[in-house]
Design a protein around this ligand. Sequence first.
Ligand SMILES: Nc1ncnc2c1ncn2[C@@H]1O[C@H](COP(=O)(O)OP(=O)(O)O)[C@@H](O)[C@H]1O
Ligand SMILES: [Mg+2]
Length: 231
Amino acid sequence: MIKLHGVSKQYHSSGGSFQAVQDVTLDIQKGEIHGIIGMSGAGKSTLLRIMNVLEKPDQGSVEVDGRELNRLRGRALREARRSIGMIFQHYNLVYNRTVSGNVAIPLELAKAARTERNERVLEVLKFVGLLDKADQYPARLSGGQKQRVAIARALASRPSVLLCDEPTSALDPQTTGEILEVLRHVNRSLGVTIVIVTHDMDVVNRICTRVSVMENGRLISTQPVEVKPNE
Ligand SMILES: Nc1ncnc2c1ncn2[C@@H]1O[C@H](COP(=O)(O)OP(=O)(O)O)[C@@H](O)[C@H]1O
Ligand SMILES: [Mg+2]
């Protein structure tokens, strides 16, 4: 589903250049929940942004759902991006729009018709259990609710992949459990392949099927995570 081959990325600044990601090769299977773990600065977020074409690698190839992303242009690139959802540690919601308004954003960008858009917004809000918050503004929601709005927004355009950058790092343990439950539901009932970047091994053990470890820009191992008998 996601194939990285020999991917490298260097950042340049006045202080010199810095190798953020170095020669990463990784094959994430369809239907997986794949964890990427490592210390701060290891290159995890850069790697996720490369999977989402927010960042272009200096070397290597990135294939998502059978498409070689760095060769796509224009409309084909926009369509490929639409099949990849992303959520972040700090939710990245638009605070002057309601919950519905936030979830509608990707559908507006895709120029979906109004009735179709409204139906889809309600459908995904129901999926994440926030139908009753549709007309509220994000500032009035708890952290867990905000992250569920972000998940609903990411799901609106029916992605095949959901990339999560530290999705629970700003949440308390109980809310973390709730969000992991929503992500498991996204994976199981919608068949969405999930990549979770985290520095929390507990998150990996609770939800991931495999985990890759990053250190200083390199991927140093990928292993299966033991199945949890009670889940
Ligand atoms: N836009 C950027 N410009 C310059 N350096 C960056 C940029 N983004 C990240 N870096 C550097 O690249 C390294 C890896 O960053 P990042 O991918 O965010 O790591 P992680 O998510 O594992 O903490 C860090 O040392 C960071 O300072
Ligand atoms: Mg990061």
